[in-house]
Design a protein around this ligand. Structure first.
Ligand SMILES: C[S@@+](CC[C@H](N)C(=O)[O-])C[C@H]1O[C@@H](n2cnc3c(N)ncnc32)[C@H](O)[C@@H]1O
Length: 284
């Protein structure tokens, strides 16, 4: 069972479910008119339940999405989970809970990147007949930029959890002395080169000392916010619009993640913005 992360775990699911309901309401008529099929893709699906802080477990996003029937559900549900035991549990619980939808529920025990890329190939083959909603909910920096790139122009609305505080900012060491392995991770995650990433987060200045000149490296003070801005800009290279994020903070009020929605449809972003605003208590 997945571990609970705080009340933002519940908020994140509520945001997704509220959006999915609006999406399905809008898409119902359009799908009938244009003969579209609706696909739901969850790249980090979990085991079906999340262990709560108290004795109550939280129902995971997969079940919450499958519960939606009105005005309609999705035609196909594709869940990806890397942990074998979690994937098996998820498949069992979803098939038992939703016997009528068994045929359209697929659970893959794989890496999300691999399956994002296969989904994109599938959507290419189907030539615009499918419209999709994707939920990408990792704990860390598992999503490679090159996988997300394959989603471009495939009519996918994507909710994505970006580990700005607990991922990116942690790799960006204060003194700028970042290991090659971490640089490689940053490059894969952002789809940028070291020479593009480092000047964005660090400033170099020359200081004059008794023994000559020294280069001083200073990290941006608001690196987490800058990381969110950068990721938003990156997403705008793939999607026409990106929503305002829902900001997930820990008990000490430090930012851990930014939760964005990206889409090629303006209406979709307007809906996402009104939902994130509500969950940010009207602040953003
Ligand atoms: C935040 S949890 C998901 C919770 C889930 N969305 C829910 O609502 O119950 C992240 C999950 O991703 C899985 N995971 C980690 N790396 C993965 C990867 N590269 N591909 C697919 N799943 C992965 C973990 O085993 C974990 O179950």
């Amino acid at each position: 069972m997945n571990e609970f992360g705080g009340n933002w775990t519940e908020n994140k699911i509520e945001i997704l479910v509220e959006y999915a309901r609006a999406y399905l309401t809008i898409m119902k008529k359009k799908a009938e008119e244009y003969n579209w099929q609706l696909l739901y893709f969850d790249g980090f699906a979990g085991s079906g339940e999340i262990k709560g802080e108290d004795k109550n477990n939280i129902v995971g996003a997969a079940k919450r999405i499958l519960e939606i029937d009105h005005p309609r559900g999705f035609d196909l549900y594709y869940f990806v989970e890397k942990e074998k035991e979690f994937a098996e549990n998820l498949k069992k619980t979803l098939h038992e809970t939703f016997p009528n939808k068994k045929k359209c529920i697929h659970v893959a025990n794989n890496d999300c990147n691999e399956k994002i890329e296969s989904m994109s190939r599938f959507l290419s083959e189907k030539k615009k007949r499918y419209k999709s909603l994707a939920y990408i909910d990792p704990y860390g920096m598992q999503v490679n930029w090159k996988s997300l790139q394959t989603l471009k122009q495939h009519s996918v609305d994507v909710w994505i959890l970006v580990p700005t505080g607990i991922g990116l900012n942690r790799l960006l060491k204060k003194d700028g002395n970042i290991s090659e392995a971490w640089i490689a991770k940053l490059e894969m995650f952002l789809g940028m080169t070291k020479d593009e990433i480092l000047p964005y987060f660090y400033q170099e200045s020359t200081i004059h000392t008794l023994f000559g000149e020294e280069i001083k490296i200073t990290k941006e003070q608001n690196a987490v916010e800058k990381a969110a801005k950068l990721y938003e800009e990156r997403l705008k290279n793939l999607f026409k619009f990106v929503s305002k994020p829902y900001i997930l903070k820990n008990k000490n009020n430090s930012i851990m993640f930014h939760f964005f929605m990206a889409s090629d449809t303006r209406v979709a972003i307007n809906i996402a913005n009104s939902i994130t605003k509500k969950f940010n208590n009207g602040t953003i």
